[in-house]
Design a protein around this ligand. Structure first.
Ligand code: MTE
Length: 361
């Protein structure tokens, strides 16, 4: 399997389908090395020979297209965007601690990574095909068939035409100046910056302009159900379909259950505001939220990436809980409690980050 170097460094949850998260060291850099980039799959990784591969663009368009990789590269200007990709299941492990979520991957805080993506702008391809006014959604279909759906079906999903027509959405063939690795969707994947990773469909085969959102199993699976719902018995309308990522942050240093000397300690982490929002402030508390220190926050590289932060806090001797919460440019702040955000599939956990440490006197 083409999973370059990942076995050494990433935290592997499953080998087939291959699901692995980035380790804390990799989360500390602005761009995640390819070997440490998280992977989220719902079936075995397909290996696609680029020569025989074609991208179909169909549905509510004036000129349906069928494009080879060479045609894609020569017909549209190459564009690049640095963007953070985050799985909607990131930090599910914390939700599982308060109530079990059977059958779902227990992701820690590392189902998130950042790359420089290169490829054609989806907007250019859609303009070429001529999207008709009745089209409200752009649906994507991948080549991998997942047994998770009954009957099995290819992975897919959709985004509204307005987002699909924005210049940041790419059909990517390169990642960090290397050819897109097979594990990340070669020969071509969608990259939808600021939206949950599930909409960035890998091994892309087909783009369809349509009036309604995709009815693909995974478009519906990636939704928030009411806390009391049984995920095996729900109706489609019961869920809130996930799209833009909600503001959240993680503490990277010190590590989980660290034992440290008391006194001034540097605490670091990252925060990510989805869609076209930026992180405006990160607050950190060592006294259960009675007082908050304001972290130094890196400026945003663009609208589409995480921002790292650091604060020096005086840790008292004994047991301490560090709490970090981020605010975005719409003044949305992370909810305080995991109970507020718990949902039966364990998606979109953006509760404030909490870390237990023990300090020597
Ligand atoms: N695309 C296909 N075809 N199959 C998949 O299983 N997983 C999605 C998305 N695109 C998936 C897919 C999910 S849930 C996420 S979070 C991202 O891909 C992960 O991308 P990565 O594995 O490159 O990190």
């Amino acid at each position: 399997m083409d999973i370059p170097g990942k076995w050494n460094d990433v935290l592997v949850h499953q080998t087939d389908p291959y699901n692995a998260e980035s380790p804390p060291g990799a989360l500390a850099s602005q761009i995640t090395p390819l070997d440490s980039f998280y992977s989220r799959n719902h079936s075995s990784i397909p290996h696609i020979a680029p020569e025989g591969w074609r991208l179909r663009v169909d549905g509510l368009v004036d000129r349906p297209l069928e494009l080879s990789m060479d045609e894609l590269r020569s017909r549209y200007p190459e564009r690049s965007v640095v963007a953070t990709l985050q799985c909607a299941g990131n930090r599910r492990a914390d939700l599982i601690e308060i109530r079990d979520i059977p059958g779902q991957v227990s992701w820690g805080p590392g189902a998130i990574s950042t790359a420089c993506w290169r490829g054609a702008s989806l907007a250019d391809v859609l303009a070429d095909a001529g999207v008709q006014p009745e089209a409200a959604h752009i649906a994507f279909t991948g080549a991998d068939v997942s047994q998770q759906a009954e009957p099995p079906q290819p992975f897919g999903g959709s985004i509204p035409v307005a987002k699909a027509s924005s210049s940041e959405v790419l059909l990517a063939w390169a990642m960090n100046d290397r050819a897109l690795p097979t594990a990340h969707g070669a020969p071509l994947r969608v990259v939808v910056p600021g939206w949950i990773g599930a909409r960035s469909v890998k091994w892309l085969k087909r783009i369809t302009a349509q009036a309604e959102p995709s009815d693909n199993y995974f478009q519906i699976e990636y939704s928030i159900l009411p806390a009391e719902a049984d995920p095996h018995r729900v109706k489609q309308a019961d869920g809130i379909t996930l799209g833009p990522i909600a503001i959240h942050c993680a503490i990277l240093h010190p590590g989980k259950d660290a034992q440290l000397p008391s006194g001034p300690t540097e605490v670091t982490g990252f925060a990510f505001a989805g869609d076209d929002r930026t992180v405006e402030r990160v607050d950190v508390s060592v006294d259960h939220g009675v007082t908050w220190a304001h972290a130094d926050l890196d400026p945003p590289e663009n609208l589409w990436t995480w921002q790292h932060w650091r604060a020096t806090l005086t840790l008292p001797p004994g047991e301490t809980e560090l709490i970090a919460r981020a605010w975005d440019s719409t003044a949305a702040v992370q909810p305080e409690s995991l109970t507020t955000v718990w949902n039966p599939r364990g998606y979109a956990n953006n509760a404030a980050a909490r870390l237990h440490v023990t300090c020597r006197p």
